[in-house]
Design a protein around this ligand. Structure first.
Ligand code: GLU
Length: 476
């Protein structure tokens, strides 16, 4: 299955101007899968030529996001900022060959052109004013423009979108090098993709209009363009482009919300790609089944409910080591010391099926690791009543004598106490639950006892008995 086409050498090329977003993560995943599925390579390149907007913190955030998701690459990261000489060299080559030219047009002139075009209802485009100029005005640092062909068409077969054709007459002479000597995106990306021997470019379809321009630059540089696959954008639940308005868009924000890397990966893979109606995919299965051609042309909607469903699945069935690593991360954030309560693996045994996210799971497990300040008023009022005192007292005695503090033995201890007193299991279960956790929501009572541990359970039952006593005293 894995040699469905020639080895794909592709790259993910984020601009470090923020976090790793959901959309970027999905592009990176598609790159990784396409490369792995064909026995190829996945290259990471940081596009940091925009000095004003690129930050080291963003680079780190992107690397962290990729590492968390397990989006490991085979080569890189390469940094565009370290390749400036190479871009200059490529520009010099084009200038020498007459395929690029210096443009001295002032900002005012360009503004005027733009305003005139807009007023006439046309697309703003450079008019080629400096295309044939031979003088070199003093004191003005020129930009370098690419001499785009006037005639003919540029065509390519996008692996997702199909055939795309554009008339050269539609394209103007774009700036490839700014006056400060930095390359523009469309130029640097082509030089890099040539040098890095990329044979398939996978990226968001917001770049699809750049592709014909880039293809012309490939040819001017004497290279064959690679294949392209433009993946559709991701929409929020209201059909608008996914943005902060819709909630978390940064990958690491989803970690904070309690989601697992494997759930995210499974979800992202299905966001625009499908294989029959299968929803759950192991990573190895994705590598085996993924083909870039099967990516949907239409934009997909982000569906938090489905992600939640997958997360619950992976909490229960996913790789235990990964779930434990994430659990410990969340416990630390929540200020819970794993050594002061049940083994985290034990906690998962009981709690994994009860919650959709690790944040909820950890929040609802506090009382297994920490003392609680007070009984929740409503629960205490309802369940810690004088009639419960006898049952709690009897249970306390029996629990003290339980040989093995294990769920089965604990179940028997509670059952026997109920039988002995001739009351239903529930009559003893709810007061006990409130005594042990401070509130009414917890796993099955024997498991709650198991997680709270012997000493803590006995102490908390004492505390509940004291509370009931105080209540009785206050009432009389
Ligand atoms: N740096 C570009 C971006 O982040 C990369 C586009 C491309 O893959 O060519 O959108």
């Amino acid at each position: 299955m894995s040699s469905q086409s020639a080895p794909i050498r592709t790259r993910f090329a984020p601009s470090p101007t923020g976090f790793l977003h959901i959309g970027g993560a999905r592009t990176a995943l598609f790159c990784q899968l396409a490369a792995r599925a064909t026995g190829g390579e996945f290259v990471l390149r940081i596009e940091d030529t925009d000095r004003e907007r690129s930050t080291q913190a963003s680079v780190q955030a992107i690397l962290d996001g990729m590492a968390w998701l397990g989006l490991d690459y085979d080569e890189g990261p390469h940094y565009q900022s370290e390749r400036m000489e190479r871009y200059q060299e490529a520009v010099d080559g084009l200038l020498a060959a007459g395929l690029a030219y210096r443009c001295y047009c002032s900002r005012e002139r360009l503004e005027r052109l733009r305003a005139e075009a807009m007023a006439a209802g046309q697309k703003p485009r450079y008019d080629g004013h400096c295309r044939d100029r031979t003088d070199r005005p003093e004191g003005i640092e020129p930009v370098i423009r690419f001499r785009n062909p006037h005639d003919g068409t540029v065509a390519f077969d996008d692996r997702v979108r199909g055939r795309i054709e554009v008339e050269n007459a539609e394209l103007d002479d774009l700036v490839i090098l700014r006056a400060d000597g930095t390359p523009t995106y469309n130029f640097a990306v082509v030089v890099d993709d040539i040098d890095m021997r990329i044979n398939l470019v996978i990226r968001g379809d917001d770049h699809i209009n750049n592709t014909p321009r880039q293809i012309n630059i490939y040819r001017a540089l004497g290279a064959e363009p690679p294949d392209f696959a433009h993946v559709p954008m991701i929409l929020g639940d209201d059909g608008q482009r996914l943005s902060k308005r819709h909630g978390a868009v940064g990958v690491m924000a989803w970690r904070e919300l309690g989601y697992l890397p494997d759930a995210m990966i499974n979800y992202l893979a299905r966001l625009g790609w499908s294989y029959g109606d299968q929803e759950v995919f192991a990573r190895s299965e994705l590598v085996e089944l993924f083909r870039i051609e099967d990516v949907n042309r239409k934009a997909s909607r982000f569906d938090t409910e489905k992600l939640k469903w997958l997360n619950q699945h992976y909490l229960r069935e996913g790789d235990r080591d990964q779930v434990l690593v994430e659990l410990l991360w969340h416990m630390e954030r929540a200020g819970l010391n794993p050594a002061s309560g049940p083994e985290p693996a034990r906690l998962l045994e009981v709690q994994a099926e009860r919650f959709d996210t690790l944040t909820e799971l950890v929040e609802q497990s506090r009382s297994f690791y920490q003392e609680f300040d007070a009984f929740e008023a409503g629960a205490a009022k309802k369940h810690l009543r004088p009639v419960a005192a006898d049952a709690l007292q009897a249970l306390s005695g029996r629990l003290a004598g339980v040989a093995e503090w294990e769920p089965d033995a604990l179940q028997s201890a509670v059952q026997e106490t109920a039988d002995e007193l001739g009351i239903g299991f529930g009559k003893i279960g709810m007061p006990l639950r409130v005594a042990l956790t401070g509130h009414g929501q917890s796993p099955a009572i024997n498991q709650t006892l198991w997680l709270v541990g012997r000493e803590r359970s006995l102490a908390r039952i004492e505390r509940a008995l004291a509370w009931i006593e105080a209540r009785v005293a206050a009432a009389t």
